[in-house]
Write a protein that binds this ligand. Structure first.
Ligand code: DQQ
Length: 487
């Protein structure tokens, strides 16, 4: 949890200050993101026994503003001898009925059949704090007519008068699939076919054998289906389309985040109709390093979705984050000569940087950050002007041998115009970059040097210009007093 004890400012090495994360132990998928009586609730996969995956419980935290989070007791734990004795895996919550219904994946291990995954239910109190498990398993497994490779992560939604559940799955020899179930009473569920599968759409993306954590969210006049793919190449895809009877009519597909460390986003529509998502940013270091640190996993910043003017999906950091802004520096009209690093005067390891670039004659424009004065440690994010390819290079991010290096990124339909905007959040070991509020990229880095805090902007292949740059040092969430109104 991000600093529940206000006033504690000394953080363990690499521990983010304004991102939600555990003080200790392991977290992964956010689940059951919702709001009741003005409080956001975030549940998450949690191992209370250590910083390794372990046996999953549902952790719980609440927030009034999506910025400060207060940790609450564990919401759901496995029951010995029960269908979830091996873990309470991911699922979702509906608060459209009272009591709130929490659907989750019960996991247990059978010596002959291996892992058994079933859909379980728990009923909550008004505060969503105490949950009573329903005695019966709701769905005992995938339909017999399908030869599946997984069956988990029920996502509850309302389609007219009917309740619907999407379940993540994969069809052996074919690939990922989302299965649809319907119910009138939230208890008795009937299989209603494959809602969406790899066979439904031509795609140049690597689609994987199994899709996890399906999520469906209305965005404007369409729905967006999110799928987390069990492969390391393009882990989270969005599919824009329309719900069509018992299927999903897909119109376009794309990567929700181009970075290496973004998985299992969960979604929910806020009171003001704003579609919000939050995702898990896994560690980018060895499991030995995680165990030595005593904690693992961070939540991304909450992000708002919208349709872009072209074919893209807008992804922008939630506006509430502006309340974290502290010391500020602004520069305007700064020349970026070809091949020269232009250093910025405000440095730090917990920053927000917003830059408006005029590309001029450059072929590549980028930012270096968490950079030591001698350049020994530095992380680089850059945009290729001709193709729009976004690159995140963490080859030199850390001198530590147990942090994962590499070059990541990708190309989408977005290409920069003459002007474009880079919006970067750096929080110790997590980096989130937004480009024109359209591309997003999340990555984890582990600089070792205390002086790896510098920032530089650069252009290659010709001169460019910084039309305006704002740099803010950001407060830690839940630590110091801050203005009541976001600026
Ligand atoms: N994590 C959960 C599963 C889900 C996976 C287990 C995705 O339910 O499929 O913690 O990260």
């Amino acid at each position: 949890m991000a600093c529940p004890e206000r006033g504690i400012t000394r953080l363990a090495p690499h521990m983010p200050g304004y991102h939600f994360r555990p003080e200790r132990n392991w977290i992964n998928d956010p689940v059951g993101f919702t709001k009741v009586d003005g409080r956001y609730h975030l549940f998450f996969q949690y191992n209370p026994l250590g910083p390794e995956p372990g046996v999953k419980h549902w952790g719980h935290a609440v927030s009034r503003d999506l910025v400060d989070w207060e940790s609450l007791p564990i919401a759901l734990s496995p029951t010995e001898g029960g269908p979830d004795e091996g873990g309470c895996w991911s699922g979702s919550i509906t608060t459209l009925v009272e009591p709130a219904h929490l659907f989750y994946t019960g996991v247990r291990h059978d010596p002959r059949r291996g892992r058994i995954e079933v859909v379980c239910l728990a009923l909550g109190d008004r505060d969503l704090q105490s949950w009573r498990k329903h005695p019966d398993v709701l769905i005992h497994g995938p339909p017999e007519e399908l030869d599946t490779v997984g069956f988990r992560d029920p996502f509850i939604w309302r389609d007219g008068d009917a309740w619907c559940l999407l379940v993540g799955s994969g069809i052996r020899g074919i690939g990922g699939a989302v299965l649809l179930y319907r119910s009138e009473d939230l208890l008795s569920w009937r299989y209603d076919g494959v809602f969406f599968s790899v066979a439904s759409m031509q795609s140049h993306h690597e689609m994987g054998a199994m899709w996890e954590c399906p999520q469906l969210i209305p965005v404007g006049d369409r729905h967006v289906l999110l799928i987390s793919i069990d492969n390391p190449v393009s882990p989270v895809l969005y599919v824009v389309g329309r719900v069509d009877g018992s299927g999903f009519g897909a119109e376009r597909i794309g990567r929700l985040d181009l970075g290496p460390d973004f998985f299992a986003p969960t979604c929910f529509v806020d009171d003001d109709s704003r579609p919000l998502i939050i995702a898990w940013a896994p560690e980018g270091r060895s499991s030995d390093a995680q165990i030595a640190a005593g904690w693992a996993g961070v939540m991304t910043l909450p992000r708002a979705l919208a349709h872009g003017p072209g074919s893209g999906l807008f992804t922008a950091p939630a506006r509430e984050l502006a309340m974290l802004r502290r010391m500020h520096w602004q520069g305007v009209g700064i020349a970026l000569p070809n091949g020269v690093d232009v250093s910025m005067p405000l440095a730090g390891s917990r920053l927000e940087i917003a830059v408006r670039i005029r590309a001029g004659g450059a072929s590549l424009v980028g930012l270096r950050f968490r950079m030591s004065p001698d350049g020994q440690e530095a992380t680089v994010a850059s945009v290729d002007i001709a193709t729009g390819r976004l690159t995140f290079d963490r080859t030199a991010s850390s001198l530590a041998p147990d942090s994962t290096p590499g070059v990541y990124g990708g190309v989408t339909e977005w290409v920069p115009g003459e002007r474009f905007r880079l919006h970067l959040f750096v929080d110790e070991s997590i980096v989130e970059l937004f480009v024109d509020d359209t591309l997003a990229l999340t990555g984890r880095i582990y600089p070792t040097r205390a002086d790896s805090i510098g920032i530089a902007v650069f252009a290659v292949g010709g001169a460019a210009e910084i039309e305006a740059i704002d740099i803010w040092q950001l407060a830690d969430a839940g630590i110091d007093p801050r203005p009541t109104d976001p600026t």
